[in-house]
Design a protein around this ligand. Structure first.
Ligand SMILES: Cc1cc2nc3c(=O)[nH]c(=O)nc-3n(C[C@H](O)[C@H](O)[C@H](O)COP(=O)(O)OP(=O)(O)OC[C@H]3O[C@@H](n4cnc5c(N)ncnc54)[C@H](O)[C@@H]3O)c2cc1C
Length: 228
């Protein structure tokens, strides 16, 4: 059942669900669920990454972009608190490695932040010895999802480096600009004990994977999740 929902920017909403019968929902940080919707009498399933860390209770968050003209995301967008959905899961191998690597890089664009928010929350539930980078690419400042949370985490933990980067910055923006690739080149060279988690649409994921390989990292240093 949907408990709460709010816009995080004009195309994206944050959803908080709980299982209807109160049963515990266990998942690993980074996994996704499959939402089942009826579209014109046909059952259509879509994957959505869990955007919260496991609480070991019956609650979980999602973070969704509306794809205009899409089959399912507009219906999810219309959900109101109290509405019920059918889902299956958890699924997926895009999960935080245990123990976490000494240098952990999270790289996302748009709603690709969802599984990485789950992993970041989980990592910092207790003091983390890892050097952690979150490189997050969006178009405009208003698109920086969960900005307050990540900025607060960066203030509290000197080993957490939050690098939002804008491809269409406004005149007032003083932070990083350009695609995530530019920040990867600037911050992630020559790290030992490195693992990167990359999530978003396939063009970005493929480009980032190729770039990290050119920088000397091997395929086993990378975990990727593609949304399309
Ligand atoms: C493992 C996995 C996890 C996912 N997790 C999330 C998530 O946490 N949040 C989320 O918003 N989406 C997520 N997606 C994408 C989601 O499953 C759907 O593809 C998306 O909501 C579009 O579905 P639709 O039926 O509305 O569009 P469709 O009618 O299926 O149209 C698909 C079109 O949407 C594009 N598309 C797919 N995902 C996105 C997106 N996020 N932003 C912009 N365009 C997109 C595709 O390129 C394609 O052109 C995930 C996908 C996978 C495979």
């Amino acid at each position: 059942m949907l408990r709460e929902v709010h816009y995080t920017n004009n195309r994206t909403k944050h959803f908080e669900f709980e299982t209807a019968n109160g049963s515990r929902f266990d998942f690993r940080p980074g996994q996704y669920i499959s939402l089942d919707f009826n579209v014109d009498g046909e059952k259509v399933a879509r994957a959505y990454s869990v955007a919260s860390s496991p609480h070991h209770d019956n609650r979980f968050d999602l973070c969704l972009n509306i794809v205009l003209g899409g089959h399912v995301s507009p219906s999810v967008f219309d959900l109101k608190p109290g509405d019920k959905i059918q889902f299956r899961g958890p699924f997926g191998q895009f999960v935080l490695r245990e123990p976490p690597d000494p240098v952990t890089a999270f790289i996302a664009t748009g709603t690709g932040i969802a599984p990485l928010r789950s992993m970041v929350q989980y990592l910092f539930q207790k003091p983390s010895p890892s050097e952690v980078w979150l490189i997050f690419g969006v178009r405009e400042e208003a698109d920086i999802l969960y900005r307050d949370e990540f900025e607060q985490l960066a203030r509290e933990h000197p080993n957490f480096h939050f690098v939002p980067t804008l491809s269409r910055p406004g005149a007032d923006w003083k932070g990083h600009t350009g695609y995530v690739q530019k920040q990867i080149a600037a911050y992630l060279r020559g790290k030992q004990g490195f693992h990167a988690y990359v999530c978003g649409l396939k063009k970005m994921v493929n480009d980032v994977r190729q770039q990290l390989r050119h920088m000397g990292y091997s395929a086993k240093d990378l975990s990727c999740e593609k949304y399309d």
